[in-house]
Design a protein. Structure first.
Length: 145
């Protein structure tokens, strides 16, 4: 019995929609990262980019569990002395909720070329409208607790 190894020419990409309304940010991000990597497919191969496209809707309605909304900080640095910027999660959710979901999924993907390529197939939106209807996306039917 031999092990199946997918080839990049054999990959068929689909489009999925995940509704994040009322669901924890981390749980939605974990499911999205798994789809982006292709781990939901029986033909998953770790060294081949075999994932699908993911559209995440209603990012502003996603929730943080516990006290993360008030305690979690998003940090970035400009590279200059004193260039550390900090934004609280509550402020970030109010202004750029799609960026919160983007950063959550980015943290769950590998830090290599496969992860960077997979991240280009993620499309988070604040509202429930998207402009990818021509690709005929289907709703993700898997469980998000």
């Amino acid at each position: 019995m031999s092990t199946y190894m997918a080839k990049s020419a054999d990959v068929k990409r689909k489009w999925y929609i995940i509704d994040a309304a009322g669901k924890p940010v981390g749980r939605v991000a974990a499911v999205a990262a798994s789809i982006l990597r292709g781990k939901n497919k029986p033909t998953y191969t770790p060294h081949i980019d075999c994932g699908d496209h993911v559209i995440i809707l209603n990012c502003e309605k996603a929730i943080f569990t516990g006290n993360k909304l008030n305690q979690k900080m998003y940090r970035r640095h400009s590279g200059w002395v004193g260039g550390l910027k900090e934004v609280r999660a509550s402020d970030m959710m109010a202004t750029r909720a799609d960026r919160v979901m983007y950063l959550a999924v980015k943290g769950m993907l590998p830090n290599n070329t496969l992860g960077r390529k997979a991240l280009t197939r993620l499309r988070p939106y604040k509202g429930d409208q998207h402009n990818h209807s021509a690709q005929k996306p289907e709703m993700w039917t898997g469980e998000i607790r």
